[in-house]
Design a protein around this ligand. Structure first.
Ligand SMILES: [Zn+2]
Ligand SMILES: [Zn+2]
Length: 237
């Protein structure tokens, strides 16, 4: 059973990725949307929910999300989250074993996991994994979505990998071959044009090309970075 809460944002991201001036990966658009929603949620309505607080106390946040939360300006809200999180960290840091005894390894593992976890990143990862499953299901069952999938302009390297793995895990052999071919075609076209654009960008630094047009090369550097490591263009920030 497909849930509408996933199909709607996927269709919206596919539509946007096909029509916006700047070429983006649809899953990077979804990632951006989830990031915004989850950060606003934890700093808003969910902040005082005891269940959420138990989780945020335990997991904490990564630097990226702390920075986003800090910039949102609700200093008291962030203070309250930190008050109980720091108390929990204090308890955990000194809870069991020390590096001086046989429990040393356990202590190291515990400290690593305390430093590495993030409540927002974990919520996002859970949501995006469901989104990939739903995407493959939509491709399998809806003609219109399949057309949109073929007409996508770009998948970033990381999301391309996840998309193929998800298709392989969920489709039968024959279906997967079509999915694989169609998804690879999008990728082939994009990498080839991106390579040309980056080359043209470099050529434009040569005075002999001064009077030539830029074609699609002007934003090719941020697009290449997005393609290789994920993320969307934020030239207005
Ligand atoms: Zn992406
Ligand atoms: Zn995070």
């Amino acid at each position: 059973m497909v849930e509408k809460i996933y199909t709607i944002p996927i269709n919206e991201a596919y539509d946007r990725a096909m029509t916006e001036d700047v070429v983006e990966c649809p899953f990077c658009l979804i990632d951006e949307m989830l990031d915004k929603n989850e950060t606003e949620r934890v700093m808003g309505a969910a902040m005082m929910e005891p269940d959420v607080r138990i989780e945020t106390n335990k997991l904490g946040f990564c630097r990226t999300h702390f920075d986003k939360m800090f910039k949102m300006g609700n200093r008291l809200g962030l203070g309250l989250i930190l008050e109980s999180h720091v108390a929990e960290v204090e308890k955990n840091v000194f809870s069991s074993g020390t590096l001086l005894d046989t429990q040393g390894k356990k202590e190291e593992e515990k400290l690593s996991s305390l430093a590495a976890s993030c409540y927002v990143c974990r919520r996002k990862a859970e949501a995006i994994s469901k989104m990939f499953g739903t995407t493959v299901f939509l491709w399998e069952t809806e003609e219109d979505f399949r057309r949109k999938h073929k007409e996508q302009r770009c998948f970033c390297l990381n999301h391309y990998k996840t998309l193929l793995s998800c298709g392989r895990a969920n489709l039968d052999k024959k279906q997967f071959k079509s999915f694989y071919d169609e998804t690879r075609d999008v990728m082939k076209k994009y990498i080839s044009s991106l390579g040309d654009d980056v080359s043209w960008f470099c050529k434009k630094f040569d005075y002999r090309y001064d009077n030539e047009p830029w074609y699609n090369a002007k934003d090719s550097i941020p697009r290449a970075i997005n393609f290789l490591s994920g993320g969307i263009n934020k030239q207005d920030e």
